[in-house]
Design a protein around this ligand. Structure first.
Ligand code: COA
Ligand code: AMP
Length: 633
């Protein structure tokens, strides 16, 4: 089968194409409606199929004789712990925890928020929710109490599942005070909190509300799988949009399972029994899809790694894990490899390990810059595959589909559209652009399985955020071009979303926080180039008349505010005080222009600019402060 035949089939007759892929999964009742309209007029996949994602990921494999195979490997250099669970063992733990959820009143359609570090219990909590038809919403451990509270209020969970602490390099992050604070701030109060006590930190319990995980599972009954429909929600995952309020991307059960199962063979070339390692975090979409669901749906072994690419204990950590567990494919963010390269540029540590088990290195989460691509390829001697995707899709939109046909790679390109994704490059008026011309990357509707069909509780935001700008298309928010050979080059976001160390953040949200400071009259936050993290946010502020604060004090206060409100992961460390910012005559800050200056791109001065001299002024300030991307990466 060639890539082009497969791709064309998916575009010419999506129903037939995906009906065929759906047959790879054990449904309780196979879907007959493959693509149909929902009550909002949005195309949905497998609406009348009946299924359970946890059944497909665990019970089915045990029933098929895979019970003794390792399903999950937990490797934690930060606690010096290693542990493995077979499919049968993982199923037992998940069924029991699901019983605990049921005994505490959680049932089909109820939400549970999971705020956990990278431990096997995070995976157990997610699968247990799926088992009883509940909807999980995992919040990344690097987010603050405030961010957690925002998500609690939006998802309205019955229960919160957490651990006593997370562990960063040489630092214990106590979760419980954050949980208590989040519940205090939130208007909605989850009735129960399940707490996993970790020996590194024993947290206090809130009488009548908190349940001790270890104690409660001892007496819990095992829960059976609850049947859900293909379009019932599996999870909500919040992601940054252009405003302060995160968007709850809703993932359905059926389309998600079908797309992920297909991707394991088609995108990653994995066979059941192989070991797959996504070195991400369960708090991000990569973690949801490729630490938890896809490897298990496909009968592979997955790795939950509680550590970093460097300093846990050194820049050889990735190579050690690959050798130790015979990893066939690793998937990580380019930042991780830049971090390794920074500490071990000649890859001396790699020489200690045998990577013969490794077939490919996959990267996503941010643009894979050609130098990082070349370096990783050279030191590992393996194909490095850049693939582009988003929380909204749950799987790759463009990739080299090595399980179908390995195409030649081009540095800087995510190769070609994945089957099901009809990618077009559009200009501002929605016309398709010719090859090698940069524009907005849009996907012609209908979207393939797994992609979002709404924002939790806010269908209008889904329509206005994704479907309105280019009627008939999903607007990705990324810009780029397709070359003469059909290769896609994703160049970066065209909105106020930035990618910091592979973490998606909203500059709009940071601006709202800065603007709340007494001394700040106006401000903007832009993402600027960073050789390690890809981008980092920098705040540009104008002070109110008469504000009496030094630049250093202002910076310290604003940095602390952002860290408190969003979390350490925001990484806002630099604030500049400027005399003025380029604006339109109606007073809007020209953010796009600032982004283009930071990216060292050509730009056209908008005719609506208030004072053209402000551009040179800000450009000089940005250059002086090292905020303009160097010409050569
Ligand atoms: N819980 C609590 N705090 C966290 C956290 C978590 N899960 N993850 C990150 N943080 C904190 C870090 O400790 C750091 O705090 P500090 O400012 O006090 O040092 C801050 O958030 C910023 O973290 P990060 O940007 O990750 O920087 P780092 O120096 O800790 O690590 C890398 C740098 C490159 C090693 C790391 O960012 C990395 O591995 N990136 C890959 C990201 C990834 O896999 N993304 C998923 C998409 S595929
Ligand atoms: P997230 O939703 O957190 O997965 O972030 C999605 C965003 O990350 C995309 O909109 C892109 O801006 C960026 N991204 C992800 N993968 C790639 C890639 N391979 N190349 C370029 N940008 C990417």
């Amino acid at each position: 089968m060639s890539y082009i035949t497969e791709y064309q089939a998916s575009i010419d007759s999506p129903d037939t194409f995906w009906a065929d892929k759906a047959k790879q999964l054990p449904w309780f009742k196979a879907p007959e409606k493959i693509l149909s309209d929902d009550e909002n007029g949005i195309k949905r996949w497998f609406a009348d199929g009946e299924m359970n994602t946890c059944y497909m990921a665990l019970d089915h494999h045990v029933a098929q004789g895979r019970g003794e195979q390792i399903a999950l490997i937990y490797d934690s250099p930060v606690t010096d712990t290693k542990m493995q669970l077979t499919y049968a063992e993982l199923l037992e733990k998940v069924a029991r925890f699901a019983g605990l959820l049921q005994a505490n009143g959680v049932s089909k359609g109820d939400r549970v928020v999971v705020y956990m570090p990278m431990i096997s219990e995070a995976v157990i909590a997610m699968l247990a929710a799926a088992r009883i038809g509940a909807v999980h919403s995992v919040v990344f451990g690097g987010f603050s109490a405030n961010e957690l509270a925002v998500r609690i209020d939006d998802a309205q969970p019955k229960m919160l599942i957490t651990a006593s602490c997370g562990i960063e390099i040489n630092r214990i992050i106590e979760y419980k005070p954050m949980i208590d604070r989040a519940i205090e701030i939130a208007t909605h109060k989850p009735s129960k909190v399940v707490l996993l006590q970790r020996q590194q930190c024993i947290a206090s319990m809130h009488e009548g509300r908190d349940i001790d995980w270890a104690e409660a599972v001892k007496t819990a009954n095992k829960a059976e799988c609850v049947s859900v429909s293909g379009t019932d929600p599996l999870y909500i995952l919040y992601t940054s949009g252009t405003t302060g309020k995160p968007k709850g991307v809703v993932r359905d059960n059926g389309g998600h399972a079908v797309a992920l199962k297909y991707s394991m063979s088609a995108v990653y070339n994995m066979q059941p029994g192989d070991v797959f390692w996504a070195a991400s975090d369960v708090g991000w979409v990569v973690g949801h899809s490729y630490i938890v669901y896809a490897p298990l749906l496909h009968g592979c072994t997955t790795i939950v790694y509680e550590g970093k690419p460097v300093r846990t204990p050194d820049a050889g950590a990735f190579w050690r894990v690959i050798e130790e567990y015979k990893v066939k494919a690793i998937f990580a963010a380019p930042t991780a490899f830049r971090a390794i390269r920074k500490e071990d540029p000649d890859a001396k540590l790699l020489a200690k390990y045998d990577l013969s088990c490794l077939e490919s290195v996959f990267m996503a989460g941010e643009r894979l810059d050609p130098p990082t691509y070349e370096w990783t390829k050279q030191i590992t001697g393996k194909p490095v595959i850049d693939h582009w995707w988003q929380t909204e899709t749950g799987w790759a939109i463009a990739s080299n589909m090595i399980g179908i046909e390995r195409l030649p790679t081009k540095p800087g390109s995510a190769t070609k559209p994945v089957p099901g994704f009809n990618i077009q490059i559009l200009n501002a008026s929605g016309q398709s652009l010719p090859p090698n011309t940069q524009g907005a990357i849009a996907i012609k509707l209908p979207l393939p399985p797994s992609c979002l069909a709404t924002i939790w509780g806010d269908f209008d935001r889904f329509v206005s955020g994704y479907l309105t700008e280019y009627p008939g298309y999903y607007c990705s928010g990324d810009g780029g071009y397709i070359d003469e050979d059909g290769y896609l080059f994703v160049m970066g976001r065209t909105d106020d979303v930035i990618n910091v160390a592979g973490h998606r953040l909203s500059t709009g949200e940071m601006e709202e926080i800065l603007a709340a400071h007494d001394a700040v009259a106006e401000c903007t936050v832009i993402g600027v180039y960073d050789s390690l993290k890809g981008q980092i946010p920098v705040g540009l502020t104008l002070l109110k008349d008469g504000a009496n604060i030094s630049e250093a004090d202002l910076q310290a206060e604003l940095v602390a505010m952002v860290r408190k409100e969003i979390g350490a992961v925001a990484c806002l460390k630099q604030i500049l005080v400027v005399e003025r910012l380029p604006k339109t005559r109606s007073g809007k800050i020209l953010r796009k222009l600032l982004r283009q200056i930071a990216e060292n791109e050509e730009f056209i001065v908008p005719s609506t600019i208030d004072d053209p001299a402000s551009i040179d002024e800000i450009k000089t300030i940005m250059q002086t402060n090292g905020l303009v991307k160097p010409s050569v990466e």
